[in-house]
Design a protein. Sequence first.
Length: 106
Amino acid sequence: MRRGTTPTILLTVTGLSEIVVNKAYLTIKQRSRKVEKGLSELDISGDEIRAELTQEETLSFMAEDDVEIQLRVLSRTGTAYATNIITEPVGAILKDGVIGDGKSEN
């Protein structure tokens, strides 16, 4: 992912389609910075989960340092699951900050 962008995180979790999900959390962490997406912010379809990040969220991470990503799920029967932690590099940008709609930019 690159700072200041709006990426979609896509995870494929084998067997997810067989679970009736009661709660889910996608956590993206870098040192003390953390972005967390709950079930209402996740798009689950079959074995795939998608989460969209905002410019503000990706700007909270430092460039040239990896983030860790993990999904945790609680089924309706009370069984808790967690994926392996994966790492993703964070790319730099030259113009820092949020890019607005263009109406008030210099």
